[in-house]
Ligand binder design. Structure first.
Ligand SMILES: NC(=O)C1=CN([C@@H]2O[C@H](COP(=O)(O)OP(=O)(O)OC[C@H]3O[C@@H](n4cnc5c(N)ncnc54)[C@H](OP(=O)(O)O)[C@@H]3O)[C@@H](O)[C@H]2O)C=CC1
Ligand SMILES: CC(=O)[C@@H](O)[C@H](O)COP(=O)(O)O
Ligand SMILES: [Mn+2]
Length: 382
């Protein structure tokens, strides 16, 4: 039977690759919902091709352009962020792919879980901000959260067939980004266009900057804590610049399992949608002779302070990861607009961690409050 899917953020890097997976497997999937923020042109093309029941554009000014373009088709058109948070509850949907970027993914994910939809989770910020709430809800509503992020998909794949939680530790691999091996003197001068050149992955702008600053790996550590129920001392980061080993699990008997392959998000996306089934693909295969050496080195937490800040937030818990996320979203946006330097991003995030109200046991409203206040605070420090 075909799976009915909703893709939140269908016009982005993960969203478009999800649609490539759908197109290659027409018997497996039916697209019920597509959403975007602003990009009406692409959303219209996708709607005409995949004929979903519903499309939503977050930016309300774009509503008439979208609805005019689709008015001869049996597609319902809505606009606004509230509409995105509502459509995930549609009865027909089996799985929601959270491919929106940033904090905007949180409420739709909560609503989808409460409507008993399984989640293919790309939006790591959801777990960074509110991992505890998400995991509690998933348990309460009997929902599965399948990781899309390549490292977490790797760990998930390594855990198949392991029936007891016998994980000693996991190693998240990091490419090191475009500035691997560089010192503070160099990092002080780097530009936005240099930071946007990821060595191995073609991704949206926000995660590409996070990879360059190593905040991405810090967020992935927090994401792993919640997905796999680990303590922070069980989560290590190792730099592996080729991005072939996507992550490793070390078990209590000393055995280690890794998942490998060429860097291509279509595999983790597809597996998140088909688990436990593996579909035949024509994705390019890894050839050992193209990579006679794979290298591993420790992460540089001195020059890339964001990694330490994220671990500090994970260790202290409460709303501190939410504080880091909100400050980071403002900083990445400012860096992309050339309003802040590369190293200043970490300094301002650290100041926000120090100054913002700490809440030990936050509820959803506390996260909303924290996100709003820290955005203002970070913005005022630019
Ligand atoms: N790209 C990758 O390879 C990977 C991405 N991820 C994670 O997946 C998520 C998506 O990343 P990526 O695809 O790279 O991002 P992109 O920037 O490429 O795409 C983001 C998508 O979300 C939409 N969007 C952006 N802001 C909002 C908003 N406020 N409300 C509603 N929709 C919004 C965009 O619409 P529009 O096009 O109209 O702006 C677009 O469809 C992130 O959380 C990222 O960390 C994880 C692992 C790998
Ligand atoms: C593809 C993916 O999962 C990204 O999160 C990737 O891991 C980013 O690369 P870095 O290892 O440089 O952060
Ligand atoms: Mn990743």
């Amino acid at each position: 039977m075909s799976k009915h899917i909703a893709i939140l953020g269908s016009t982005g890097s993960i969203g478009t690759q999800t649609l490539e997976v759908v197109e290659a497997n027409p018997d497996e999937f039916i697209v019920d919902v597509l959403t975007a923020n602003n990009n009406t042109d692409l959303l219209i093309k996708q709607a005409k091709k995949f004929q979903p029941d519903v499309v939503v554009i977050a930016c309300e000014d774009k509503y008439s352009q979208l609805s005019d373009a689709l008015n001869d088709l049996p597609i319902k058109v809505y606009a606004g962020i509230d509409a995105i948070a509502q459509v995930v509850q549609m009865g027909s949907i089996d799985v929601v792919v959270t491919a929106m970027v940033g904090y905007s993914g949180l409420l739709p994910t909560i609503n989808a879980i409460k409507a008993r939809k399984n989640i293919a989770l790309a939006n790591k910020e959801t777990l960074v901000v509110a991992g505890e709430i998400i995991q509690k809800l998933a348990l309460q509503y009997g929902v599965s959260i399948y990781p899309v992020d390549s490292e977490h998909s790797a760990i998930f794949q390594c855990l198949i067939g392991e029936f007891e939680n016998s994980i000693e530790k996991i190693y998240l691999t990091a490419s090191g980004g475009p500035f691997r091996g560089k010192d503070k003197k160099f990092l002080e001068q780097v530009t936005c266009s240099q930071a946007l050149k990821h060595p191995n992955w073609d991704m949206g702008a926000k995660i590409t900057i996070d990879s360059a600053s190593m905040m991405n790996k810090g967020f992935e550590a927090i994401e792993a804590k919640w997905l796999f129920d680990l303590r922070s001392d069980q989560i290590d980061v190792i730099v592996h610049y080729q991005s072939i080993v996507h992550s490793l699990v070390q078990f209590q008997d000393g055995s280690m399992k890794a998942q490998m392959g060429l860097p291509d998000m279509k595999l983790p996306i597809q597996f998140a949608l088909t688990y436990p089934k593996r579909l035949k693909t024509n994705f390019p295969r890894f050839n050992f002779m193209d990579y006679p050496e794979l290298s591993f080195e420790p992460a540089d937490r001195e020059n890339f302070k964001n990694l330490s800040l994220a671990y500090e937030a994970m260790n202290k818990g409460g709303n501190l990861p939410c504080i880091v996320n909100a400050a980071n979203e403002i900083m990445v946006d400012a860096f992309l607009k050339e309003k802040v330097g590369f190293l200043q991003m970490s300094d301002i995030i650290e100041s926000c961690m120090f100054k913002a109200d700490f809440i030990k046991n936050p509820n959803y409203e506390d996260y909303v409050y924290t996100d709003r206040e820290v955005r203002k605070m970070a913005y005022s420090m630019l």
